[in-house]
Design a protein around this ligand. Sequence first.
Ligand SMILES: Cc1cc2nc3c(=O)[nH]c(=O)nc-3n(C[C@H](O)[C@H](O)[C@H](O)COP(=O)(O)OP(=O)(O)OC[C@H]3O[C@@H](n4cnc5c(N)ncnc54)[C@H](O)[C@@H]3O)c2cc1C
Ligand code: SF4
Length: 486
Amino acid sequence: MADPKGFLNHGREVAKTRPVEERVKDWNEVYVAGSLLPIISKQASRCMDCGIPFCHNGCPLGNLIPEWNDYAYRENWAAASERLHATNNFPEFTGRLCPAPCESACVLGINQPAVTIKNVEVSIIDKAWETGDVAPQAPERLSGKTVAVIGSGPAGLAAAQQLTRAGHTVAVYERADRIGGLLRYGIPEFKMEKRHINRRIEQMRAEGTRFRTGVEIGRDLKATDLKKRYDAIVIAAGATTARDLPVPGRELKGIYQAMEYLPLANKVQEGDYVSPPISAEGKHVVVIGGGDTGADCVGTAHRQGAASVTQLEIMPRPGDERNAAQPWPTFPMLYKVTSAHEEGGERIYSVSTTHFEGDEDGNVQWLHLVEVEFVEGKLTQKPGTERKIPAQLVTLAMGFTGTDRENGLVDQFGLELDERGNIARDADFQTNVPGVFVAGDAGRGQSLIVWAIAEGRSAARGVDRFLTGASDLPAPIRPTDRALMV
Ligand SMILES: Cc1cc2nc3c(=O)[nH]c(=O)nc-3n(C[C@H](O)[C@H](O)[C@H](O)COP(=O)(O)OP(=O)(O)OC[C@H]3O[C@@H](n4cnc5c(N)ncnc54)[C@H](O)[C@@H]3O)c2cc1C
Ligand code: SF4
């Protein structure tokens, strides 16, 4: 145990963020560099090394949290990093981006602020990179078997790294021009700088994983041809089909899907454009959808110099505290103030968009909305509450409906879908086609990075078993798992 009195002697302290007026002028991560390390040992000492560590259950990866808290408390960073990597290929991604269901499940959280597990995680991994403790782990022997991974998001990368280390020859196919999936082209720099992905790709290359960008399986290369070339395939193509808003005026110029808008801002940071082809500069921006994707649009619009930013959500404002229906240790739906919300803008809850209004050139100018409420369990418009707000750039961030059906990948393989429209799989993550596996959002539906990594690791075990008859690789989850309701 770290320190028997740690939680009595120290309160919870989290990473400091840079002043708003400073950070909205750049795209760097919002945290004060180096602010964590001086406090992290004390924070780790708050861990009680519980007999039943509920934090394990909260985490889809089954992270060995009390073990690395203990090492972090003792400042044994190399041992802490080894424990961290025992269950997670990419702790620098989750340590920055995860909503931390482990903290919602932390036993200390019953009557005190939870251990700051996520900050401890990111401190350990950042230190490990700094000290050179993260080295390539090339396999000692090659199996002679080949695997193609389709998609280079966190699920594809985790599966590829596990399978490469198990000795298989792995090639990752990615339709985009760079590796990383939503980590690269959805999540903005201010949440995670892309140098973290680049560093991992270098590690994976050194281990033997091969990467092919700009190849869309189904369009550029037929799925059936890919299947002939490889002994096994992992589909980690994400759930990239965005939900639309079919209301009058949707066809006006200036209304985009969030994933049409956000990647262009990321591409400016990559040096592909001097200024973004779609910009919020000087415009009244409305973001439809109150989730994380919406928050990323809000933070991006601030940095591009929007005249105003308004985020709309159809559901009522969540509460500030857990309610009876969301007791510890479940992951509660609480009112969240992300770094983007700290930076300004307005959030309007319980409203629905009725239509858009444009100018004579067909550019959107106004968004008409109406308040809604639940009546007999159904969202119903409140008469007399219609109004319009200025909207010169609108982004739709209303979730995703499943994997891409347009490129032919699903049909060419002959894949069955489940009742939610995701690619169906068995307990080994294998689809109805022998030798073809699925991991991440493509099989689970739009989810979280931590789930994608857990799925990638688990599917890798399924593939390894398929290729060799047995596997020592870990499988943290089954396809049907829903850890503590996240
Ligand atoms: C804007 C945004 C912000 C988010 N923020 C967070 C966050 O802060 N924290 C969090 O935990 N989760 C977040 N999420 C969710 C998280 O990013 C996803 O759950 C996760 O990335 C899913 O990983 P994946 O590997 O399954 O798929 P993806 O990351 O979607 O990667 C799939 C990849 O497959 C490629 N691909 C698709 N079809 C083909 C094909 N036929 N051939 C070749 N390549 C193909 C795609 O181009 C893509 O690169 C966010 C999502 C969005 C949209
Ligand atoms: S539940 Fe919280 S206090 Fe208990 S072991 Fe996990 S992190 Fe430590």
